[in-house]
Design a protein around this ligand. Structure first.
Ligand SMILES: [Zn+2]
Length: 585
């Protein structure tokens, strides 16, 4: 077994600067900022695998498997200045250089999640998390802790108490009101079918014994005949509706919480899928203040017409050095497969007569999208069903015909989840990137075939089939709907198995990616999807010093024990040569 966990605690040792003065030790400006040594560096500076997954001859791969192609990286001024051997890397050492012995940890190009919802992730992380909390008393204790950091009168929102497990002993407002008298509290249940609030929340919502109970809902009453703080089904909204929209300060804080989490989880950049005017102004302010910890590639929401018109007048921002780049419009063509909103060419297998919804009926604004394309914007269009994908391709193709200059903007189909066999080759032919989520395949596998039947499922989550038609691809999480852990994503991509290793052998395993493809899809293929393939995505002299360090070698594990990829951990995240996250152990 090769270096599964290099050192038991994967210790990051900073060598004493005075101990080993290399030749460049006193050379001033030529000295490095950061020297990473004794690492397993995979530069990805070799050719992409063939469309069938065959590894190219230049890759560091032989009969005994994968080998890192460098063991040291040196950065200066935000750039990579050397990649190679540890001994030579030490030549760059100056008095101010920080040398880090990575003790066999793996370094890959900085990870890029190419479809995220970081405001949503931050909002989720900002809530009191009651998932797996066993009792009402434990839950109240957690809420009391949170209340210490929230100004009196402000709402405290949480979710995750299990309405199934707690069904025989639903909580009520008594203890909650006693413990948290000065903040309105809303605690949603795990599956969203119940809510629990304190008296201040009920008062804010104007709920009294006289409140009308909505059809399909229930307001539980106490012994005194008054609402007891527990709401079920359609009554949940009575309480939820009283929570005010978050302030700009709250949203800013939540965005930073989300971005910090991504940094901690190894990501140097995200492509944020669907921003409205308010979200954009928050991002722009943070960028101007130098407060964005990782790079953000913004996709403007086509649903915000004022914002799109403003950007059409202004033109795309192609400043690739910026921490915030805005040159993409996110369009929404159809709904989701699970809720049968995705637009299908034929009826849902499990709902005859129903084909989902898409296009204008779904609020899609074709003319506005075409105007954005003609103004030079990249389009990232959400399409899930086979009809949704076909129609989205038809529309893009029609705009290309109308104005051929629009065809070169690397348009993307977000999800590209179900494709008719006739449409599979069209992405490659039209130069459209398939932007897909490995987690979706392993999460949807329990019901996707019921929706689609045994034939259409063959064109669903069809990563290999798409590659074989020469489509460019990028992988991402679509968080917070799915877990953005790179280890989960790589595992799903390589094995087509879920976190419990189900099913044996993988779900439609012929569509799986090899490790070289999966890692590229989260690094240099994501860089391509954002026009940054010359700056990042590969570890090479002259590129941005954006790097991710992890405690497993995913190349080796993919061949030898892919299940162990799930237990990987991020040790360090480096953006512009700055260590923005470093694990404490
Ligand atoms: Zn999304």
């Amino acid at each position: 077994m090769k270096l599964l966990r290099p050192l038991a605690a994967a210790v990051l040792i900073t060598l004493c600067n005075a101990c080993s003065q290399g030749p460049a030790g006193s050379s001033g400006s030529a000295a490095a900022d950061l020297i990473l040594v004794n690492a397993r560096v995979y530069t990805l500076d070799w050719d992409d695998p063939a469309p069938d997954g065959t590894i190219m001859p230049g890759a560091p791969h032989d009969g005994s498997g994968w080998h890192p192609d460098a063991d040291a990286v040196v950065t200066r001024g935000g750039e990579i200045v050397f990649v190679g051997k540890t001994r030579e890397a030490m030549d760059f050492k100056g008095e101010e250089s920080r040398v880090i012995d990575l003790a066999g940890a793996t370094v890959v190009p900085g990870l890029i999640d190419s479809h995220t919802h970081i405001f949503g992730l931050g909002a989720q992380l900002d809530q009191v998390n009651l998932v797996d909390v066993a009792t009402e008393e434990d839950a109240v204790a957690l809420i009391v802790e949170r209340a210490k950091n929230v100004a009196a009168g402000q709402w405290i929102v949480g979710r995750g108490w299990d309405e199934g497990a707690w069904a025989n002993r639903y909580p009520d407002k008594e203890l909650l009101t006693q413990a948290i008298p000065d903040h309105p509290v809303f605690m949603g249940s795990l599956h969203g079918f119940a809510a629990w609030g304190n008296q201040m929340a009920l008062a804010a919502a104007g709920i009294t014994a006289e409140t009308e109970v909505p059809v399909g809902g229930e307001i539980r009453l106490g012994d005194d005949g008054k609402p007891n703080g527990l709401f079920l089904n359609r009554a949940v909204q009575l309480l939820r509706g009283a929570i005010p929209d978050p302030s700009t300060e709250t949203l800013t804080n939540q965005l930073l919480i989300g971005l910090d989490r991504m940094a901690k989880d190894g990501y140097v950049a995200v492509h944020e899928a669907g921003l409205d005017s308010r979200a954009m102004s928050i991002l722009e302010k943070l960028e101007a203040e130098g407060r964005l910890p990782i790079r953000v590639y913004a996709m403007l929401s086509l649903r915000d017409e004022d914002l799109i018109r403003k950007w059409i007048a202004r033109g795309p921002d192609t400043d690739a050095d910026s921490m915030l780049v805005t040159r993409t419009v996110k369009a929404y063509y159809d709904g989701a497969l699970g809720s049968r909103g995705a637009r299908l060419l034929y009826d849902y297998s499990d709902q005859p007569g129903h084909r989902g919804i898409g296009g204008e009926g779904y609020g899609f604004n074709r003319d506005l999208m075409a105007a954005a394309m003609k103004a030079g914007f990249q389009i990232a269009i959400h399409a899930i069903g086979d009809a949704g994908n076909r129609e989205a391709l038809d529309i893009l193709e029609a705009v290309f015909r109308d104005d051929p200059s629009t065809a070169s903007n690397r348009h993307r189909i977000e999800h590209a989840q179900v494709l008719h066999p006739d449409d599979l080759p069209r992405l490659g032919q039209l130069g459209i990137i398939a932007s897909m989520e490995p987690p979706h395949a392993v999460e949807d596998k329990t019901w996707a075939e019921e929706r689609l039947g045994p034939e259409r499922i063959l064109g669903a989550y069809a990563w290999r089939s798409l590659r074989e038609t020469d489509a460019n691809m990028t992988f991402n999480s679509d968080n917070p709907g799915s877990d953005h852990s790179i280890f989960y994503g790589l595992h799903a991509a390589i094995t087509r198995r879920d976190k419990s290793q189900e099913p044996e052998g993988g779900w439609y395993a012929h569509e799986a990616m090899v490790s070289d493809e999966a890692i590229r899809a989260y690094t240099n293929w994501s860089a391509y999807a954002s026009f940054r393939e010359d700056e990042t995505g590969i570890i090479e002299k002259g590129r941005w010093a954006d790097l991710t360090v992890m405690d497993i070698d995913p190349f080796v594990l993919a061949d030898e024990s892919p299940g162990d990829i799930l237990s990987g951990r991020i040790l360090m995240t480096i953006v512009n040569g700055e260590i923005i996250y470093e694990s404490g152990i």
